[in-house]
Design a protein around this ligand. Structure first.
Ligand SMILES: [Zn+2]
Length: 339
C-alpha cells in the first residue's frame, strides 16, 4: 500500500484552460524573483517514523516548510501533525485518500477535497492554509473549478526531488540543488525512500548557495489567489531557444494537459526512441541515459504515454522535465517556452 501510494507524485501536468465559462484559479508552481528564497514542501504521510525524522531534521536546521498530508492519515496520526504545527510549519490540502482526481467525477473530486479540508481544519485550525496540492500533480478543469468554489489555491512544484525513487541519495541531492532557483517550490515526501537521507544535504547545499527557506504562504504572499484565467482555445505553440518548435503531428490538448508526440519531440533534442510493440512501450536513449515511456497505465519506473493514431503521445511537462528542460508557460500567447 505504502509503496504504491508513494510510488509517484508525478510532475505537474500543464494546465491549459479552454473556453472557461466559470472562473478557475491559476495553478502556482513557483514565483519569479531575484530574491534567494525557496520553499520546501512535503507530501503524503503514511509513516509516523519517517515523518518524525523529517520534522527532526527541519528542526535541527531551523527550516520552515509546508506539509501536505493526506487527511485520512493525518487524522489518525494527530500527534505528529501537532508537532509539525508546534514547530511553526504550515499545512495544506492533499486530498482525503490520495486518488488520481482526474479519474473522478467533479462531485467525487469535491468530496475528496472538502473532506480533507474539514479534517485538517479540525487538526490545524488557523494554521491550515488554503493551498491545495492535487495528488500526483494531476488535475483537470473540474479540479480547478472545485478549488475555486472552495476557496483553495492549487500549488504544484517546480523542482521534483525524486526522493521517492530508487536512485542513489547523492542523485536526489544533486538534482535538487541543480534545479533550485530563486522562488522555486521543491517537492519532497514525508515517507519517500530517500527523503530522510537526502534532506540534510539538500538543506545544507541550498544554504551554501545563499537560499533562505520560506513557507508557501510567504513565497506566494500577495499573489492574487482567485485571478480568473483567460480562455485559450488557440492551438499550443512550442518555443525553444527563441524559435518555434514545430512538431508533426502537432502538440494537442487533452484533459487540460499538453501532449506532444514522444519520438518527434525527443528527436529535436538528440534522443533516439525505440518502440517495443510487444510491451507497448518506447525506450528513449541519449548516450548512456535512457528512460521508458509506457503506453497506458504506468508504474514509478516509466512515464505514462497514450497511443493515438499509432503515435505515442506524452505530457509535455513530464517529458521536458525528464530530459532536463525547463518550461515556462506564457498564457498571453498560449505558448510553452522550453529552455
Ligand atoms: Zn502525494
Amino acid at each position: 500500500m505504502q509503496k504504491r501510494v508513494l510510488a509517484f507524485c508525478l510532475l505537474a501536468l500543464l494546465m491549459i484552460p479552454r473556453g472557461v465559462a466559470q472562473a478557475v484559479v491559476p495553478v502556482l508552481s513557483h514565483i519569479t524573483t531575484q530574491e534567494k528564497i525557496i520553499a520546501l514542501t512535503f507530501d503524503d504521510g503514511w509513516s509516523n517514523s519517517t515523518s518524525e525524522k523529517v520534522r527532526q531534521i527541519l528542526q535541527d536546521h531551523t527550516v520552515v516548510a509546508t506539509i501536505f498530508p493526506v487527511s485520512t492519515w493525518a487524522a489518525s496520526n494527530r500527534s505528529i501533525i501537532k508537532r509539525f504545527l508546534d514547530d511553526g510549519h504550515e499545512i495544506g490540502n492533499h486530498s482525503a485518500t490520495h486518488p488520481k482526481l482526474t479519474s473522478l467525477s467533479r462531485k467525487q473530486q469535491e468530496q475528496e477535497i472538502r473532506e480533507a479540508h474539514e479534517a485538517l481544519a479540525k487538526l490545524a485550525g488557523e494554521q491550515l492554509t488554503n493551498f491545495f496540492r492535487p495528488p500526483y500533480g494531476a488535475y483537470n478543469q473540474d479540479t480547478l473549478q472545485v478549488a475555486a468554489k472552495l476557496g483553495l489555491q492549487p500549488v504544484t512544484w517546480s523542482v521534483d526531488s525524486w526522493d521517492w525513487r530508487d536512485i542513489p541519495v547523492e542523485q536526489v541531492v544533486k538534482r535538487t540543488l541543480e534545479g533550485a532557483k530563486p522562488g522555486a517550490v521543491i517537492l519532497m515526501h514525508l515517507a519517500g525512500r530517500n527523503t530522510v537521507k537526502a534532506l540534510p544535504g539538500i538543506i545544507t547545499g541550498l544554504r551554501e548557495q545563499g537560499y533562505r527557506f520560506v513557507k508557501l504562504s510567504e513565497l506566494f504572499a500577495g499573489h492574487p489567489v482567485a485571478r480568473p484565467v483567460q480562455s485559450a482555445s488557440k492551438p499550443v505553440q512550442l518555443e525553444y531557444q527563441g524559435e518555434a518548435l514545430l512538431l508533426e503531428p502537432a502538440a494537442k490538448l487533452r484533459d487540460g494537459m499538453t501532449l506532444v508526440p514522444c519520438r518527434e519531440f525527443l528527436q529535436h533534442f538528440g534522443w533516439q526512441v525505440f518502440w517495443d510493440g510487444d510491451r507497448q512501450r518506447a525506450v528513449c536513449r541519449q548516450g548512456v541515459k535512457y528512460f521508458v515511456v509506457q503506453s497506458g497505465n504506468t508504474g514509478p519506473d516509466a512515464l505514462a504515454g497514450s497511443l493515438e493514431g499509432g503515435k505515442l503521445f506524452v505530457p509535455l511537462r513530464q517529458i521536458a522535465a525528464q530530459i532536463g528542460l525547463g518550461l515556462d508557460w506564457d498564457s498571453q500567447t498560449n505558448k510553452a517556452i522550453l529552455r
